[in-house]
Design a protein around this ligand. Structure first.
Ligand SMILES: [Zn+2]
Length: 243
């Protein structure tokens, strides 16, 4: 299966954002303040994790100009159940182009913690060699554990769009019938080129890349994004697991 890995740059190393773009963290583009998601548990504004734009190859939102937004609450780490799909402590939804404004969303009055902002300047496409008829095994507890290590090792474990999830716990937490996995988020950002040293984000070297801390998904967690397509714009679902 094809999958797509983001080529990231910290926004401090880029000109100011002037249009809808794929990105992680920061403040959303085009989201109207009245649509800003609030945490159902603590009542405060959530924090943006990712914003992606429709692309017929890597992210099918059913219509050009649609955007997918993923948030979670950051006010009460470990208190508000951000890990749980449908808990109301996270949010994942699609907006039509006519629902968007032409600028960055204003900072909410309760100042949620803003994740480091990195914009996606390109996507690198890869193929993990997993065949379409092998996908279903990745959503079934027994079949997944029965898979050969060689097959499980093919799954790219970091931030990506496409293919199958890198599960840290049971695949039975997937939302089930009608929902399609579209991508996953790591708890760190990975940079192919070294970010500039004057950035105010702590960047550390890793084996063949640089990285900085991303969202709080517990200990080394991964966030999973699913969509359910129907005649209207798709529904979104988000949850995370940690090791
Ligand atoms: Zn909360």
């Amino acid at each position: 299966m094809k999958y797509f890995v983001p080529n990231l740059k910290l926004s401090v190393d880029l000109p100011p954002q002037e249009k809808l773009e794929d990105k992680f963290g920061g403040i959303p583009w085009g989201l109207k303040p009245e649509q800003y998601p609030m945490c159902r548990h603590c009542g405060k504004s959530q924090s943006l994790l990712a914003q992606f734009v429709h692309n017929s190859e890597r992210l099918d939102l059913g219509k050009s100009g649609r955007t997918l937004l993923v948030f979670q609450c950051n006010h009460n780490p470990g208190g508000c159940p951000t890990w749980e799909g449908g808990s109301g402590a996270n949010a994942c939804f699609v907006l039509d182009p006519d629902q968007l404004s032409e600028n960055l969303t204003p900072m909410p009055a309760d100042f949620p913690i803003i994740e480091p902002e990195a914009r996606i300047i390109g996507w690198l496409d890869h193929d993990d060699g997993i065949a379409p008829d092998e996908i279903s095994a990745f959503y079934d507890d027994e079949q997944l554990w029965d898979l050969q290590d060689e097959m499980r090792d093919r799954v790219y474990p970091q931030t990506k769009l496409g293919s199958v999830p890198e599960w840290l716990q049971s695949p039975s937490e997937a939302p089930g019938e009608g929902w399609v996995f579209i991508g996953q988020l790591s708890d760190s950002y990975k940079f192919i080129q070294e970010p500039s040293p004057q950035s105010n984000v702590y960047v550390y070297p890793s084996s063949d890349y640089w990285a900085c801390e991303g969202p709080n998904f517990g200990d080394g967690g991964i966030g999973y994004i699913f969509l359910r397509h129907h005649s209207e714009k798709p529904d979104g679902w988000f949850f995370w697991q940690c090791s």
